[in-house]
Design a protein around this ligand. Structure first.
Ligand SMILES: [Mg+2]
Length: 232
C-alpha cells in the first residue's frame, strides 16, 4: 500500500487478564491434561501462571510432579491441554474484559493503528481463547508461546511479523505492549517498546506502578483515555 496509508502505531496485546478472562479455564484444562496424560492429580495453585509462556508453565508442572521434561512429555501435556481448553472455556466466568470491544473497534477503524497479539499462549491456545469470544479476527499477526519459552524473547517476533504484514517500519517509541503483569512490562523493556499496564488481571494497580510502565490504567473502559495514551 502507499506509504501514506501505512499505520504508524503498533499495538501488541496480551490476552489473559488484558483482553479476556477465562474463569480459570486454563488452570482446569492443565489439571485435566495432567490427569489424562500422566494419571497425576494435584494442585497447580502454587504455580504463578500470570504473564508466563505455556512452555514455561508446562515445565513447572512437569518438574513439580517429577515428570521428565522431555519433548515427548511437553507435547503430550500441551496437546491434552489444548484439547481440554474449549470445554473449560464454556463457563459463565469466561468474559471479554470491560471496554475491550470498544477499544478494538476504535483502533481497527483508525488507519494509524496496526494491532497484533503478544502472548505466552501457544498460537492454537490463543486462537481458542479469542475465537470463543469472536475476537480472533481482529489480529492478523502476533508472537506466541510457540516462538519462545521466555516472554522477553517474544517482542522481536511480533515486530518482524507486524512489519511483514503491514509493510510499515514502526519506530519503537510508537510500539505499545498492553498487558496486565510485570512480565508484560519487562517484555516491553526488552524490546525497547512502550507499555500500557492495565490492572484487570492478577496484578493490582500499585503492584504494576512499582514496575514503572509508561502508562497505567485501572481498566480500559474509557476509550478516549486509552486512545490518548497511544496517540497523544
Ligand atoms: Mg496476561
Amino acid at each position: 500500500m502507499p506509504a501514506t496509508l501505512r499505520p504508524t502505531i503498533l499495538l501488541l496485546w496480551d490476552i489473559d487478564g488484558t483482553l479476556v478472562t477465562s474463569g480459570g479455564a486454563g488452570a482446569r484444562a492443565l489439571r485435566a491434561a495432567l490427569h489424562g496424560s500422566f494419571a497425576v492429580d494435584g494442585s497447580l495453585d502454587d504455580i504463578d501462571f500470570a504473564g508466563r509462556t505455556d512452555r514455561w508453565i508446562l515445565r513447572e508442572i512437569l518438574q513439580k510432579f517429577a515428570l521428565p521434561t522431555t519433548e515427548e512429555n511437553f507435547r503430550l501435556l500441551l496437546d491434552a491441554y489444548l484439547d481440554a481448553l474449549p470445554r473449560e472455556l464454556a463457563n459463565p466466568s469466561a468474559l471479554v474484559l470491560p471496554g475491550i470491544r470498544a477499544i478494538l473497534a476504535a483502533t481497527a477503524g483508525h488507519p494509524a493503528f496496526a494491532q497484533g497479539i503478544l502472548t505466552g499462549n501457544v498460537r492454537r491456545g490463543a486462537q481458542t481463547k479469542l475465537a470463543h469470544h469472536g475476537l480472533w479476527d481482529h489480529f492478523a499477526f502476533g508472537a506466541f508461546g510457540d516462538d519462545s519459552e521466555l516472554r522477553n524473547e517474544l517482542g522481536p517476533h511480533a515486530l518482524r511479523r507486524a512489519r511483514a504484514h503491514t509493510g510499515a517500519d514502526f519506530a519503537l517509541d510508537r510500539v505499545w505492549i498492553i498487558g496486565d503483569t510485570a512480565h508484560d512490562i519487562a517484555c516491553a523493556r526488552a524490546l525497547g517498546a512502550r507499555v500500557l499496564a492495565v490492572a484487570t488481571g492478577s496484578h493490582a494497580l500499585d503492584a504494576l506502578a512499582a514496575h514503572r510502565p509508561d502508562a497505567l490504567l485501572p481498566d480500559l473502559t474509557d476509550t478516549a483515555a486509552v486512545l490518548r495514551v497511544f496517540a497523544p
